[in-house]
Write a protein that binds this ligand. Structure first.
Ligand SMILES: [Fe+2]
Ligand SMILES: [Fe+2]
Length: 395
């Protein structure tokens, strides 16, 4: 069997990665290609390590189901620094009768002598070189000839027309323009949006502590304690569901920031700033604390991240097709450690970590049951959200 091994960070994976693997597979008659997702250098921060698990999940979204393509996550989960010669030695021992092909970019080829034990890599595998846009082919040819002699290995160029796409350009485009580049898989892009990846808005724990002090001044003592519970619960759920955890904490910290102001003030803020007020919100203005909270998050606390504002705005009623952060805040608000009145809290608390959508649905179910005792208080959005999740779970 002929096995291709294509290593990379895939941050994020895009169409060129797939095209290069296809080109190598066809040209060299490879039976299978493994996408070898590289691990995290030990010095990276927690925030970035959340994005690391996302890298692996995105490779799954892009690769799963393509004939002959598989994922190898051994380097991803390996402690410490991962060297290619170790992995290639393992492959060689695991597949003694197979032919191995190691796919690398032309930039890596030109640095090949700086790798640790390049001779081991080229001893066990034929090196397949993927060209990059703007390559100097004379230089690559020369390197290939030199290495062939130096390492007595086999180095071959993949027939592939390089297009200049790169993961760094994609990260930049998403961060600056927040729009879908047309050269990444649709479900990978959807994942990037849901998980708020490559955002230009990144928060520090110092900033969370600052918000904590503000909320202590702004809120009644019991509301402040609840807020701390929601912030920590949101952090924990965000870690579980691979959402930037400090961002989730910021949203949790601010979700009730407009809870301890008067009804008149809430209506006033909305009317002055063209925030629409529904009939039921006029009747029960406390329902507006989500919308006003989202407004305060931006104007008073300088939060420009639209996902944070949206999660705050919809945290009381939810809304159909909530995004990941909306769900995290909606659930955290209901199950934070200080809550003890709601029914079946132990089930909901466990469900939040195994099936977030089902947990959202069960909370809505309990809320609708509770509100049915006083029907005129029911916000139609709660009913719409409940119906949306009932249908989507039944599918
Ligand atoms: Fe609230
Ligand atoms: Fe709350």
């Amino acid at each position: 069997m002929k096995i291709g091994i294509y290593g990379g960070t895939f941050n994020p994976i895009h169409n060129t990665h797939i095209d290069i693997a296809e080109a190598a597979k066809n040209q060299f008659n490879l039976d299978i290609v493994y996408f070898l997702v590289s691990g995290t250098p030990p010095h990276k921060s927690t925030n970035e390590s959340v994005a690391d698990l996302c890298r692996l999940e995105m490779v799954h979204l892009a690769v799963d189901g393509i004939d002959g393509f598989f994922i190898d996550d051994r380097e991803f989960y390996r402690a410490g620094k991962s060297f290619s010669y170790i992995t290639m030695t393992e492959y060689h021992n695991e597949h003694p009768d197979d032919e191995l092909f190691f796919i690398m970019g032309s930039d890596s080829l030109l640095n090949f002598t700086t790798w640790v034990k390049p001779d081991v890599i080229s001893k066990y595998a034929t090196i397949l070189v993927a060209p990059r846009l703007g390559d100097n082919y004379d230089l690559i040819e020369k390197a290939i000839n030199n290495y062939t002699l130096e390492f007595s290995g086999d180095f071959k160029l993949i027939n592939y027309e390089a297009n200049g796409l790169s993961s760094s350009a994609i990260r930049k485009a998403i961060s600056e323009e927040s729009k879908a580049p047309d050269y990444i898989n649709e479900s990978v892009y959807e994942y990037i949006v849901q998980h708020n990846l490559y955002s230009k808005y990144i928060y520090s724990m110092d900033y969370v502590r600052k918000l904590d002090q503000e909320m202590e001044k702004e809120l009644k003592p019991s509301r402040y304690v609840h807020t701390l519970g929601v912030a920590h619960q949101a952090y924990s759920l965000a870690v579980r569901w691979n959402y930037p955890a400090v961002t989730a904490m910021v949203a949790g910290m601010l979700h009730d920031c407009a809870k301890c102001i008067s009804d008149e003030k809430r209506i006033n803020v909305c009317e002055k700033n063209n925030i629409p007020i529904t009939e039921i919100e006029y009747k029960y203005p406390h329902l507006l604390h989500g919308k006003v909270g989202a407004y305060y998050a931006k104007e008073k606390y300088g939060i420009l991240d639209s996902q944070v504002a949206h999660a705050i705005a919809v945290h009381t009623t939810g809304c159909p097709a909530m995004n990941l952060l909306d769900k995290i805040i909606f659930v955290a608000d209901y199950i934070e450690p200080g809550r003890d009145k709601q029914p079946r809290l132990d089930i909901l608390r466990a469900m939040a970590y195994t099936d977030l959508d089902r947990c959202v649905y069960m909370i809505l179910e309990d809320t609708v049951n509770f509100l049915n005792e006083s029907p005129d208080m029911v916000d139609p959005t709660t009913i719409d959200t409940f119906e949306y999740y009932r249908k989507s779970l039944n599918k």
